[in-house]
Design a protein around this ligand. Structure first.
Ligand SMILES: NC(=O)C1=CN([C@@H]2O[C@H](COP(=O)(O)OP(=O)(O)OC[C@H]3O[C@@H](n4cnc5c(N)ncnc54)[C@H](O)[C@@H]3O)[C@@H](O)[C@H]2O)C=CC1
Ligand SMILES: CC(=O)C(=O)O
Ligand SMILES: [Mg+2]
Length: 637
């Protein structure tokens, strides 16, 4: 049978010159094509006899991998299967994800990844990423260079794993979340739909239809790093199979010194890279971000990514709610500054959301910072943060949002969520507390009672994984008779119910930072921005909101149940658009340093025109390029 040869997209992906042969190329996931090696390549790379006769197309390989995946009967087994696929063949892995994006995201990310991380030491097979361990501090630079030498790294995702999703301190297993996040950026940044349709007419249509050929940043240009500074998780400390450093977390000056040493290495060797922080503990997250914000392009996803995606979601929800009110007698209240926000859980995510919304209110509606702060009521374990409460470890950011004693919140006592809802009459209620079920029927009904006629309550239970959500969408929809505008942190099924005798289906948006950080990151990397500014984040969030189905499908007033944010299955296109907007903003405000971005006003205008074109060129697409054997060619991972 003739071997199929559909791997080489002419004029799209340049051929790669590679120096690895035989076993070495088959064992290297960056280059391995498995049965996808063409006859010519098999000959050139010494693979004849190492592979069975038939050459498969990438589509065929994806079909086979998908069938194998579906033979795994639990999400965790599917997660492990995908991890081993990635260890074998990156292009096949990303291609498979691209073809089944919506279905596979909950497998490789929340909620399943939480389970995989919690069992990391027990299901451990093979390491991935760079582990920098505290006792090896003196040789950190050698370890760093060993993994990165000769590589053109653009994206570094790092965690110290103190606050993984909502499941807390996971020690060294936290690497799982950032490996997936690194992958997310890679896979989501863009689908070159039109481009591919024009250039890849020979590719099977299904691949295009299923939003197949996704790209972003070349995986060889990214690095996942775990800073193993110990763990305070007793189960891990007592587990003889725990593979991390089995000591308590280091704190204070030694911790700061260790982190600083790492950041300085990044700055020294990769000055134009984006450094993405994930799932640091709340006491360190803000401090680290503030410390490096002005000196390098640093980004804390839990703070800034969550802030940006939530801002987008609320812009979209307010638009729906104000349209609905347009047909009632009460005022429309279209502005962010016309809302009252309760944020339940004042940790990294909660504070990130408050700061992002506040900054957007100041920039869009012209309020002073202190007036904007007054629109927020922050609630944590000890209840509402107010001046008479003795709060431990209040950060500068939190202080700004503490409510005044003059508002009559009483002495040093716990003011509950219900009490705050009754008194404040919020229009927006956001949960990032890890406190499952905290948005009770009583709280929700109290919120409904406080709303203006015709308004929709905006309720976002954002805690992950799914089991920690502050309420389920189904309950919220029933308690509010179908009025609530909801988005959650993890994926939930749509809610079908009768509203005013009409059959409705409400689609629940996933308000998860993974929907926006690939675009924010792509825009920052594309423009080689010196820093990631608040204005870049706001621009990205507004663009995401514009792309929301709820906005585009309710133009004529009636809310039809469309999701408040774009679907994760559409995230490649969406993140491409967000990335372009963010890069345009970076060029506009002069933080971009890419050689095409310009320094004078005139050059910057030209730079802005250039962004989209540059973005299309930059995208990495998971398709096999042709390989040419060259003993001076690439030989790294
Ligand atoms: N949807 C999304 O994009 C994101 C969701 N999250 C989720 O939000 C949750 C919190 O994450 P982080 O802010 O990173 O953690 P964190 O540990 O920094 O913050 C959690 C906060 O909730 C407070 N809290 C705990 N129990 C509470 C209770 N019963 N009542 C009120 N407050 C309580 C804690 O004291 C802490 O301040 C997690 O479940 C995480 O998965 C976090 C980042 C992004
Ligand atoms: C989504 C995310 O970053 C978290 O749950 O931590
Ligand atoms: Mg996170």
């Amino acid at each position: 049978m003739a071997a199929l040869n559909v791997h080489k997209p002419p004029n799209l992906i340049p051929a790669l010159r590679i120096a690895l042969r035989g076993h070495a190329i088959l064992e290297n996931p960056r280059y391995n094509k498995g049965t996808g090696f063409t006859l010519k390549e098999r000959k050139a790379f010494g693979l004849e006899g190492r592979l069975p006769y038939r050459t498969n197309s990438l589509d065929e390989q994806c079909d086979r991998a998908y069938t194998q995946l579906n033979q795994r009967d639990t999400p965790l087994r599917k997660n492990t299967f995908l991890q081993s696929l990635k260890d074998q063949n990156w292009i096949l892995y990303f291609s498979l994800l691209a073809r089944h994006l919506k279905e596979l995201i909950p497998i490789i990310y929340t909620p399943t990844e939480a389970e995989a991380i919690a069992s990391y030491s027990h299901i451990f097979r093979r390491s991935d990423g760079l582990f920098l361990t505290f006792p090896d501090e003196d040789i950190m630079e050698e370890m760093f260079l060993e993994q990165t030498r000769g590589r053109d790294i653009e994206l570094i995702v790092v965690t110290d794993a103190e606050a993984i999703l909502g499941i807390g301190d996971q020690g060294v297993g936290g690497i799982g979340v950032i490996i997936q996040l690194t992958c997310d950026i890679l896979r989501e940044a863009h689908v070159k739909f039109r481009f591919l349709q024009q250039n890849l007419s020979y590719t099977r249509k299904t691949a295009l239809k299923t939003a197949g050929l996704v790209g972003g940043i070349d995986p060889s240009k990214s690095l996942s790093v775990t800073l193993d500074v110990g763990t305070n998780n007793e189960d891990l400390l007592n587990d003889p199979l725990y593979v991390g450093w089995p000591e308590r977390r280091i704190r204070g000056e030694p911790y700061d010194r260790f982190v600083d040493k790492f950041v300085q290495l990044v700055r020294k060797y990769y000055p134009h890279s984006l450094l993405h922080f994930e799932d640091f503990g709340v006491t360190n997250a803000h401090r680290i971000l503030d410390r490096y914000h002005d000196t390098h392009a640093v980004f804390n996803d839990d703070i800034q990514g969550t802030g940006a995606v939530t801002l987008a979601c609320i812009i979209s929800a307010i638009r729906v709610s104000s349209r609905a009110r347009a047909s009632s007698s009460s005022p429309e209240k279209k502005k962010l500054s016309e809302q009252r926000y309760i944020i339940f859980g004042a940790g990294s995510a909660g504070m990130g959301i408050a700061v992002q919304l506040r900054d957007a209110i100041v920039s869009a509606d012209g309020l002073s910072r202190s007036d904007a702060n007054r629109l927020f009521w922050m609630i944590d374990r000890d209840g509402l943060l107010h001046q008479n409460l003795e709060i431990q470890g209040v950060t500068e950011h939190t202080k700004e949002f503490v409510r005044s004693a003059e508002e009559g919140w009483g002495g040093n006592e716990h003011v509950s969520l219900l009490k705050v809802v009754e008194k404040v009459r919020p229009t927006v209620l956001i949960g990032c507390s890890t406190s499952a079920g905290a948005f009770t029927r009583e709280v929700t009904e109290a919120m409904m009672r406080g709303l203006d006629e015709g308004a929709h309550p905006i309720i976002l239970p954002l805690s992950n994984p799914s089991r920690l959500a502050e309420a389920t969408p189904k309950d919220l929809m029933h308690w509010t008779s179908g009025r609530a505008l909801i988005a959650t942190g993890s994926p939930f099924e749509s809610v079908k119910m009768k509203v005013d005798g009409k059959d409705m289906e409400f689609f629940i948006a996933e308000c998860n930072n993974a929907l926006i950080y690939p675009g924010l990151g792509f825009g920052s990397i594309l423009s080689q921005s010196r820093t990631v500014t608040d204005t870049m984040l706001i621009a990205g969030a507004k663009r995401l909101a514009e792309l929301s189905p709820a906005i585009s499908s309710t133009d004529d007033g009636e809310y039809n149940g469309a999701a408040l944010l774009p679907d994760f299955g559409d995230s490649p296109r969406v993140n491409f658009e967000v990335g372009v907007t963010v890069a345009e903003q970076a060029v506009k405000e002069g933080t971009a340093t890419a050689d095409w971005s310009g320094t004078t006003d005139e050059e910057r205008q030209r730079g802005i025109q250039e962004v989209r074109n540059r973005a299309e060129k930059k995208v990495w697409v998971p398709i096999y390029p042709e390989y040419i054997y060259d003993q001076n060619g690439q030989n790294d991972a």
